[in-house]
Design a protein around this ligand. Structure first.
Ligand code: UDP
Length: 450
């Protein structure tokens, strides 16, 4: 595939393979983010190469998603799944493989956007050997995560140090919510540039479907009160709180509650163990007959589940952004979420759903009942939820904001190379920095996405 005429950029996502199946233990919001942002940036005119670690010898080394967007799987360590906390040892090999790939392709990425702290470490190494613009998205913040963890992993000090270094040394850090920026400033460093650009959702896929129609297709009863969970099985996701809340809810007493749990993977894996634990809990609180474990679903079938539900619950202990909340709202489903992180930003209480303190099953039960008991109000919430997502959280809109940031940073770097003295032709209508980029880029035979 020819890249001629396009500015190549690299997105690095160490463990979140953008071409992987979504919804398993290793695949979650980060995969979705990188893949969607990558594809949308390609539509805006960039050549997007997304790098990840190869975890299966049978996986192809390169997956072409669209003409100008591909996933490149680099061999770094064993070609098998490695937990994030064990992956740091292989990151030097990852950097080496990245540099080899660059020179083999004859490409020098002038801009690298890293995702998660392991990729940040790789980005920092690359910045030492070449003149790149480095952008970083955290996806998860050690300083926050470790607050709710009793046994910190051995890698914790390294992670915290890298997370500080990337904030202070990257050209810009993208935080996906105001809460994350606050956490970065309060817990990580006062130095460094932070720009808030949220995550998005695919509005063509996650859209309003009439509830009755969705239930008919899924063979769910019209009269059930459906409470939905979508996501990984990870204790941090707080499924336990949701199960306990359902057990306490009025809807359970009335007998028409149905708890639908979507997500998970194979027995014996980490998330398989959490699933077994949750299944036991469901039995012990007397919800076995009212609960369905649907298993992992693709994004093609998820909209029907969101639309069929009366309420979607996101009970995470900590959630940097929380894609599930905006996916549900895009489908017109009110959300009851923990009052944490990105969820405080996406879910507007009393307007698109309700917030409750994390791990407080009674507060979750009250919130769930409030929505289930007032159909008229729930309908209003549905409408408002869908509108909020449409207006604020499209991947296209996110990619435009990222693209503008990239252009500004590339402009700055070119100016730093003292090309700034070139005169601007009168015909250039772009805002100053972009005009300078376009012009200086022309002088350097670079092509920038428009
Ligand atoms: N997901 C999915 N199928 C499933 C469960 C989850 O496609 O069975 C997707 C979900 O739609 C969302 C992502 O996985 O896009 C989870 O992202 P989120 O930010 O909510 O949580 P994370 O997994 O990053 O902690």
């Amino acid at each position: 595939m020819s890249h001629l005429g396009r500015q190549p950029i690299a997105l690095i996502s160490d463990h979140g393979d953008p071409a992987a199946e979504i919804g398993s233990e290793a695949a979650g919001g980060q995969n979705v983010y990188v893949r969607q942002v990558g594809e949308a940036l390609a539509k805006l005119g960039w050549q997007v190469d997304m790098f990840t670690r190869k975890t299966n010898p049978d996986d192809p080394a390169i997956v072409q998603h669209s003409p100008h967007c591909r996933t490149i799987r680099l061999v770094a360590g064993p070609q098998s799944f490695i937990g994030r906390d064990e992956m740091f040892d292989y990151m030097p090999q990852f950097v080496e493989a990245f540099l080899k790939f660059q020179s083999k392709e004859g490409t020098n990425y002038p801009l690298i956007h890293t995702n998660y702290w392991l990729s940040a470490w790789a980005g920092l190494q690359l910045k030492q050997v070449s003149n790149i613009q480095l952008i970083h998205t955290y996806h998860s913040l050690g300083a926050v995560k470790y607050r709710s963890v009793t046994n910190q992993p051995a890698i914790a000090p390294t992670r915290l140090a890298v997370e500080k270094q990337i904030l202070e040394q990257a050209n810009c850090v993208v935080s996906t919510s105001p809460q994350e920026r606050e956490d970065l400033r309060n817990l990580v460093s006062q130095q460094g540039c932070i720009e808030i650009i949220p995550c998005g959702t695919d509005l063509d896929n996650f859209r309003l479907v009439p509830k009755a129609e969705a239930r008919r297709q899924l063979k769910f009863s019209e009269t059930d009160q459906i409470v939905l969970y979508v996501g990984r099985f990870d204790p941090r996701k707080g499924i336990e709180t949701l199960v306990r809340a359902c057990a306490e809810s009025q809807a359970k007493t009335q007998g028409n509650l149905r708890l639908v749990i979507v997500g998970g993977s194979e027995p014996g894996t980490f998330d398989g163990r959490e699933r077994e634990r949750i299944e036991q809990l469901v039995k012990s609180v007397g919800l076995a007959n009212q609960t369905v474990f649907v298993g992992r679903l693709g994004h093609d079938s998820l909209p029907l589940y969101y639309a069929a539900a009366d309420v979607c619950v996101v009970p995470s202990h900590y959630e940097p952004f929380g894609l599930v909340a905006i996916e549900a709202m895009a489908c017109g489903t009110p959300v009851v979420a923990s009052n944490v992180g990105g969820l405080k930003f996406t879910v507007i209480p009393e307007e698109t759903g309700l917030l409750a303190p994390p791990q407080d099953s009674t507060a979750f039960a009250v919130a769930i009942d409030r929505i289930l008991e007032d159909e008229l109000w729930a309908r209003k919430l549905r409408k408002q939820a869908a509108t909020r997502v449409r207006q604020n959280f499209s991947w296209g809109g996110v990619a435009v904001q990222l693209s503008n940031l990239y252009r500004r940073l590339l402009a700055q770097s070119i100016m730093d190379e003292r090309f700034w003295h070139l005169p601007l032709p009168n015909s250039v209508q772009l805002p100053a920095s972009q005009a300078e980029v376009a012009q200086v880029a022309a002088a350097k035979s670079l092509t920038l996405a428009s």
